[in-house]
Design a binder for this molecule. Sequence first.
Ligand SMILES: Cc1cc2nc3c(=O)[nH]c(=O)nc-3n(C[C@H](O)[C@H](O)[C@H](O)COP(=O)(O)OP(=O)(O)OC[C@H]3O[C@@H](n4cnc5c(N)ncnc54)[C@H](O)[C@@H]3O)c2cc1C
Length: 411
Amino acid sequence: MAESRGRIAVIGAGPGGMAAALALFRQGFEVSIYERFAEVKAAGNILNLWPPPQKVLKIIGVDTTDLGAPCHTIFANAKGRLRADVRLPAEVEEEYGGGFIGLLRWGLYQRMLAALPEGVLRLSHNLTGLEDLGETVKLTFEGREPVVADLVIGADGINSSVRKSLWGDTPIRRQFLHLVGGWLYDEGGASGEGVIAHNRTTQVSYTPIRHEGRWGFEWWVLEAFRDRDPVPVDLLGFCQKRAVEFSPLVRELIDRTPVENMQRWEIRDRPPIRQWSRGRATLVGDAAHPTSPYAAYGAGMSIEDGYFLARELGVIDMHDTQAVKGALQAYEDRRKPHTAYVSQLAYKVGRMFHHLPGPLRPLRDQIFDRTPFLQRMVGDQMPAQILSQLAEIEESGQPMVRPLGLEPRTL
Ligand SMILES: Cc1cc2nc3c(=O)[nH]c(=O)nc-3n(C[C@H](O)[C@H](O)[C@H](O)COP(=O)(O)OP(=O)(O)OC[C@H]3O[C@@H](n4cnc5c(N)ncnc54)[C@H](O)[C@@H]3O)c2cc1C
């Protein structure tokens, strides 16, 4: 049997961790994912995925057939007046289902879990410590035996313990925005049209979804809150009240959604950090670049990270510490400009829609309604980011195939 290329420990079984593990496994590494919980839990209910993560999923062996509802999305005001059209070239829309696809988060997790080789996932492993020993890394877990690996990847989300142990604690950025998202099955999801709509204070939006072969819709209500405001308990009433000015369709979707299909989140992120990797450790996904849902791209970028990281590591000798450091630096140098741009754009768009002083909002809305400002800001810039990522993945868009003779083994 051929030798393994090296032992890699991935911390966290979110989209970032699973994508990194799948991509590295296909490069011939021994990979284990350590997840703190006793089961893999989808953090949230609703999701949209842009074409680049769809492309990566295919390359790393995830079945993307009928994964989500094809969707063309526009920005509009509450009365339906078009403000921005999020358009990709026709051939991209045809291949990837419009601007993005709509799905349930659990639907994505199911497909990624199904692609993971047996034994890779280690549940109930809560990382408590990390020690870089030069040639290897030693990891400690609550109530478990320590593990030694050649490399550790922190895919442990916005409150990453790996990032903290590499770079110390940095304050989380509360955006004072919150969101209630819901979903329901409905044949109307086959229409393929999604609308992101705002009035002076609030966003009330919907896109089609597809889950386990059924059509439906996801919708969300997003607005600013103050720290002293009580956390809403009656989610249905909260959303109905805010949706009054919006389209009859979105109001009907909210009315018909079972309360158990609704969830609330507070939106938080962190300003970009200068360096992700140190020694034999690096970060992917929200651990490296937590992103507000305004970009609908945090999970997507996490998935892309794993792919680009595996490409760098796949061509080096893991025993050579300098080569490992070089590969990690090349990975993050490639990823930082894109992820910082998207996460900061999402942050700024959230502020512009929800935190502008009251007297400026009528003027802002005049600009959005009557000039191409929003088209340029989101309708053109997001597709430009998407196309740049598709092209980068195109450079080696072949499915990653694990070298022959390597039996699946884990740490
Ligand atoms: C309301 C909302 C809507 C969103 N909508 C979209 C969208 O439409 N499209 C999109 O692309 N993105 C969206 N995002 C962003 C997306 O959810 C995140 O960017 C994505 O989940 C990040 O994936 P990740 O794998 O990096 O981290 P996570 O999904 O946070 O996964 C981290 C994993 O690490 C585990 N973990 C944490 N600490 C430890 C430890 N010490 N030891 C072991 N395991 C640990 C956690 O249990 C978890 O399983 C949205 C986010 C929110 C809040």
